[in-house]
Design a protein around this ligand. Structure first.
Ligand code: BES
Ligand code: MN
Ligand code: ZN
Length: 496
């Protein structure tokens, strides 16, 4: 969908989106529409349950004497709650209502909100961003869909008090949406199409934006001693890859920030095979690497003034005659040995080598890894928060705050020696699983054994990478959770 910005004035025809506050007070444009329609908007409000709350919506089809095709009235909630996220969600809800009504184009008139937390240009840009995010659809493989089942909305013009300022504020958000869409595409692609080599090729495509990209194959990784990552992929007919991306938007001597993603393009569990029901979900077990690739696209797209490294460990976890066995002992790049007692605890084995490689080669300011690492984090936090684990309070606080601001929440979980002891092995330096309890924490402890003195955070995104429900700014399916959070973190704290 194309987003445009124009002056804040009532168009002659077409579909309109206007707003009301909690309690039902109409904003200026909604009042003007109401006046032009001889009070039809106020009458509709009175005849409905519309209260102006943050989720309320009212669609008036063909009101009045055929001037506008339809008028959509959306609630914004209380003025004091009107921030960037509220504006973004409003844009998303507008897109939902317009598609539901079959509109092809629309004008969204977002008047300044007195007592709100953001100004008119920023609010307009955020609304456009939210509308664009909500308009995403993965329909590449639906060849027989009837046109009348497809979303209709192709263009939205956002009216703002200062259209030029809104346009300027929208530019980086447009790049951010490009990044989010790439992440959603990558997690939505089926596992016969998206496997280590093809996922790496998606990273390579970012060269077009000025990202430096290297792809290491199994030979290079063997030479580096990455026995932990390679063990996971050894049962697959597909070659494992390590994707290394660098965006150099900062000073030549400036230490980079680093993002590391779990990229298991399909997780059968390996010889410790998973049950059949729901196994198809494991196509999005590369979600962490999907976020890293989408984030690099967003940073490069908006020419972020920082140095950023993205590393993705790409493997397919399959059972076969060459697969890793429970009981195997592998030697990681760090030199530490791991007894693999469950081949389904494979993400940590991949990240162990990817983390070590990243800190060793790039000496980053911090490392943040993202992984659909444990089912246990879904038991603990459901689908509302990702798990946040960190060895550094400042970094953890910044991540939590950024997540809150963009609506991608991260809840801090504990780490500690007592949990770490669960990983003690009789045969090697550690085993790859803990006991029955605290499965997400023992997984994080495992990762921490491959992190030296660098500030590090681990985001367990197993519960938030895929949604079974529509969200204000994401249709059900791949969410892209993490791209906005990390883009915000970088913009707020690590850019010149
Ligand atoms: N990829 C899974 C975790 C997962 C589960 C992600 C559900 C998304 C939805 C991971 O590789 C895994 O299998 N973890 C095991 C670890 C266990 C064997 C210690 C788990 O969570 O059961
Ligand atoms: Mn697994
Ligand atoms: Zn997995």
């Amino acid at each position: 969908m194309k987003i445009r910005f124009s002056k804040l004035e009532l168009p002659k025809d077409g579909s309109l989106v206007v707003f009301a506050l909690k309690g039902g007070d109409l904003l200026a444009s909604a009042q003007a529409v109401d006046k032009a329609l001889d009070g039809a908007v106020a009458r509709a409000v009175a005849a409905s349950r519309f209260k102006g709350g943050g989720g309320d919506a009212l669609v008036l089809p063909s009101p009045g004497e055929g001037r506008w095709e339809r008028v959509v009235l959306l609630g914004l909630g209380k003025p004091a709650d009107f921030d960037a996220l509220a504006a973004q969600n409003a844009g998303g809800r507008a897109a939902t209502a317009l598609n539901g009504a079959g509109a092809k184009s629309a004008a969204l008139l977002l008047d300044p909100v007195d007592g709100g937390k953001i100004g008119g240009a920023e609010a307009a840009a955020r609304a456009g961003f939210g509308a664009r995010l909500r308009s995403y659809r993965f329909d590449r493989y639906r060849t027989k869909e009837k046109p009348d089942r497809k979303p209709t909305l192709a263009r939205m013009t956002v009216g703002a008090p200062d259209a030029a300022a809104a346009r300027k504020a929208f530019r980086p958000l447009d790049s951010l949406a490009d990044g989010v869409f790439l992440t959603r595409d990558l997690v939505s692609e089926p596992p016969n199409i998206m496997y280590p080599e093809t996922l790496a090729a998606q990273g390579e495509a970012l060269r077009e934006l000025g990202v430096e990209v290297e792809v290491l194959g199994e030979k290079e990784m063997r030479d580096l001693g990455m026995g932990s990552l390679l063990g996971v992929g050894q049962g697959s007919a597909r070659e494992s890859k390590l994707l290394v991306m660098q965006w150099k938007g900062g000073g030549a001597k400036e230490q980079p920030v680093a993002f590391i993603g779990k990229g298991v393009t399909f997780d059968t569990g390996g010889i410790s095979i998973k049950p059949a029901a729901g196994m198809d979900d494991m196509k999005w077990d590369m979600g962490g690497s999907g976020v890293v690739i989408g984030l690099m696209k967003a940073l490069a797209g908006r020419k972020a003034k920082c140095n950023a490294v993205g590393v993705a460990g790409l493997v397919e976890n399959m059972p076969s005659g060459t697969a890793q066995r429970p009981g195997d002992i592998v030697t990681s790049m760090s030199g530490q040995t791991v007894e693999v007692l469950n081949t389904d605890a494979e993400g940590r084995l991949v990240l162990a080598d990817a983390l070590w490689y990243t800190q060793d080669r790039f000496k980053p300011k911090f490392m943040i890894d993202l992984a659909t690492l444990t089912g246990a984090i879904i038991i603990a936090l459901g689908n509302e928060n990702c798990g946040l684990f960190s060895n550094n309070d400042e970094l953890a606080d910044r991540i939590a705050a950024a997540g809150k601001a963009v609506g991608e929440r991260a809840w801090r979980m504990p780490l500690g020696d007592a949990y770490d002891k669960e990983l003690t092995s009789d045969a090697a330096d550690m085993k790859n699983i803990g006991g029955r309890g605290a499965g997400s924490i023992t997984a994080a402890q495992f990762l921490q054994r491959f992190v030296n003195d660098v500030p590090w955070a681990h985001l367990d995104i197993a519960g938030v990478t895929w949604s079974k429900k529509d969200k204000p700014t994401a249709p059900k399916g791949g969410t892209g959770f993490g791209v906005q959070l990390l883009d915000r973190l970088v913009a707020e704290h690590y850019e010149a």
